[in-house]
Design a protein around this ligand. Structure first.
Ligand SMILES: *[C@@H]1O[C@H](CO)[C@@H](O)[C@H](O)[C@H]1NC(C)=O
Ligand SMILES: *[C@@H]1O[C@H](CO)[C@@H](O)[C@H](O)[C@H]1NC(C)=O
Ligand SMILES: *[C@@H]1O[C@H](CO)[C@@H](O)[C@H](O)[C@H]1NC(C)=O
Ligand SMILES: [Cu+2]
Length: 594
């Protein structure tokens, strides 16, 4: 056995294996909630899809064949993809997608232990079932934490209608406020699963993964303490809780210790939080149970009443310490949802809704030479944020909408330095308790009308999406892209890579040039719109200001000045737009945010 744990930052790889999987991705029928049989996306004729389980240091190779009638692509959520950027799989950013009938082989390196998942990153296919847990085990962890078994519980909301159909309604003319569809039910382990056999006195690890499209879950266990030990693949100082909220913590592991006697069995309760739905129909069941089975011949203890604990991300202390650094670059992402000039509701970052460029962003980075550091070449709808190499980068996410947004960054686990309701005050210093070893994760739930301040170190050149993980919000454009160290990427990533050659053309992408597939700064033909409704207010000036902020490397004083000016300008503009929008019967803007 290794003497030191990788979770403490000391990695001694004893062996590494290659796990090879053949995935034929196709439609199958399933009825996981027992209410309705529908078409879902499965693998090798089966759904749910078998979890992928590897050990730290392993490499997983997935030979995928697309038997669907639409394009697909797969993303290993939370993995760093260092030097394997193109396998991140985000379509239009670092991938073209696999066209119907085509094959593509993904390489997933597993350098860090923890709880991850592998899911489609194409056109909202994960709500239709194309997703599975990806667990990276470390043989020293059961010894360190003294657990005798490792259980898995996935939590998901479930829709009876395909995501593509729901999406059309959502951005349709009858939904200017962008209300999200409410799911028909919830499922545990992609069905009515979750029976865990326990032995008196033993300790167990239970891994939770929120594979929901939008639901926030609360998990509690009758008459057992829960000790949180991992969030998003980051091991933390153990924290005792009554319940775990799985919205900011998209993945979490907790320990429970079984009682000394086997007189009773106990329920694990998983509840969807109704506050996050725009509409809660009477038919929607919010409470579900899994079980701790001590003894087949006995009954269940009556359900006890639980309070819903919430822990701020700021109070989760990583076991592997990474000290705080002063930022060398600061960028501001203002997120919102608004009705656009074509009548559709869209998610916005800095006033722009994401629309895929004609050339996947990583290919533009690789084929435009020195121009790759100029954000303009990535197109007017891509929300590019160019980052330098080896820099501590701070990103302020300012949420101007009442909905909370779980923001996820590809390619990095980030430190969380502020997370609160209300406006960000750039003159306020980072809290003292965060200047030593701030919490880290890969997804942060930014509260409605609130803000988050995150930081990471740019040691992973590539094109990394930063987007809201509410699938509906991501699909309607709440996404930006970090263009990390483009010139370094050109030096280290060989191009062209054969793997994309066969698929890109067939998938409808060009393979070189700027976002329009042209050379230089000629963006004729690049995707453009839908745009914010121009009421004559100085929208263009604000966009120019945004670009000026993201392209410049700013000193602290100007960061404070500019971020404040930017946020204020957005506020004024959006207040104006709202007042103009809320006329006559269109009260949706306020209704959808209950
Ligand atoms: C594509 O994958 C399928 C299914 O795994 C396999 O049978 C077929 O030979 C592959 N085709 C090519 C061209 O590699
Ligand atoms: C960036 O950091 C890496 C790893 O620490 C180092 O090898 C490299 O020389 C650095 N490059 C620059 C330009 O600072
Ligand atoms: C997890 O929870 C959040 C709620 O904050 C939800 O919006 C998100 O889409 C969920 N699922 C995933 C896979 O992120
Ligand atoms: Cu969102």
């Amino acid at each position: 056995m290794r003497s030191l744990l990788s979770i403490l930052g000391v990695l001694e790889l004893v062996s590494s294996a290659t796990i090879e999987l053949n995935w034929d991705i196709g439609y199958v029928n399933a009825n996981p909630d027992g209410l309705f049989t529908r078409r879902v996306i499965g693998v090798n004729g089966k759904w749910p899809i078998d979890p992928i389980i590897g050990s730290i240091g392993d490499r997983v190779i997935v030979h995928a064949h697309n038997s669907l009638d639409v394009k697909t692509s797969l993303h290993g959520h939370g993995l760093p993809f260092k030097n394997t950027q193109i396998y991140d799989g985000a379509v239009s950013v670092n991938h073209c997608g696999i066209p119907p009938g085509y094959n593509y082989t993904y390489t997933l390196d597993l350098p860090e232990s923890g709880t991850y998942w592998f899911h489609s990153h194409s056109m909202g296919q994960y709500p239709d079932g194309l997703r599975t847990p990806l667990l990276v085990k470390d043989e020293t962890e059961p010894v360190f934490y003294k657990y005798s078994d490792d259980f898995l519980l996935t939590l998901s909301d479930w829709y009876h209608t395909p995501a593509s159909v729901l999406m059309e309604t959502m951005i349709g003319p009858l939904n200017p406020g962008g209300s999200e569809p409410t799911p028909e039910s919830g499922i545990l382990n992609d069905g009515r699963g979750g029976e865990f056999r326990v032995t008196p006195g033993e300790t167990y690890r239970i891994r939770l993964i929120n594979t929901s499209t939008m639901a926030v879950w609360h998990v509690s266990v009758d008459e057992h303490d829960m000790t949180l030990i991992e969030v998003d693949g980051v091991h933390i100082q153990p924290k005792k809780l009554n319940s775990i909220e799985l919205s900011p913590a998209q993945r979490a592991s907790f320990l429970i210790t079984a009682k000394d006697t086997a007189d009773m069995n106990y329920y694990i309760h998983a509840q969807m939080d109704p506050d996050y739905f725009d509409v809660v129909p009477d038919t929607l069941q919010l409470d579900y149970t899994a079980s701790l089975l001590y003894n087949d011949g006995t009954t269940f203890a009556p359900a006890s009443k639980h309070s819903w604990d919430t822990v701020s991300d700021l109070d989760l202390v990583p076991l592997h310490e990474l000290p705080y650094q002063e930022p060398e670059e600061t960028h501001v992402l203002v997120s919102d949802i608004m009705q656009m000039d074509d009548g559709s509701a869209r998610g916005l970052i800095n006033g722009v809704t994401f629309v895929p460029p004609k050339v996947p962003t990583i290919l533009s980075m690789l084929t435009t030479g020195d121009l790759a550091t100029n954000p303009e070449i990535y197109g007017p709808q891509s929300n590019p944020v160019v980052l330098g190499l080896n820099k501590t980068v701070r990103v302020v996410i300012a949420n101007k909408h009442l909905d909370a947004h779980p923001f996820h960054v590809h390619g990095h686990k980030f430190q969380v330095l502020a997370l609160d309701e209300g406006e960000y005050d750039p003159s306020k210093p980072v809290s003292a308790h965060l200047t030593q070893n701030p919490s880290r994760r890969d997804t942060v739930n930014v509260p409605g009308f609130g803000h988050a301040v995150i930081q990471f170190y740019t040691d992973n050149p590539g094109a990394w999406p930063v987007h809201c993980h509410n699938n509906w919000h991501m699909m309607f454009g709440m996404m930006a892209v970090f263009i990390e160290a483009p010139l370094q990427l050109q030096k280290t990533l060989a191009f062209p890579f054969d793997t994309h050659n066969d698929i890109c053309g067939a998938a409808g992408f060009m393979m070189s040039g700027n976002a329009a597939g042209n050379e230089g700064l000629d963006l004729t033909g690049a995707p453009y719109g839908p745009r914010m409704i121009d009421y004559g207010f100085h929208a263009k000036g604000i966009i120019a200001l945004v670009f000026c902020i993201i392209s410049a490397i700013l000193g602290t004083a100007s960061i404070i000045y500019y971020s404040r000016a930017l946020i204020k300008a957005f506020d004024a503009q959006q207040a104006e737009q709202r007042s103009l929008l809320v006329t006559g019967d269109s009260d949706e803007l306020s209704e959808d945010e209950s």
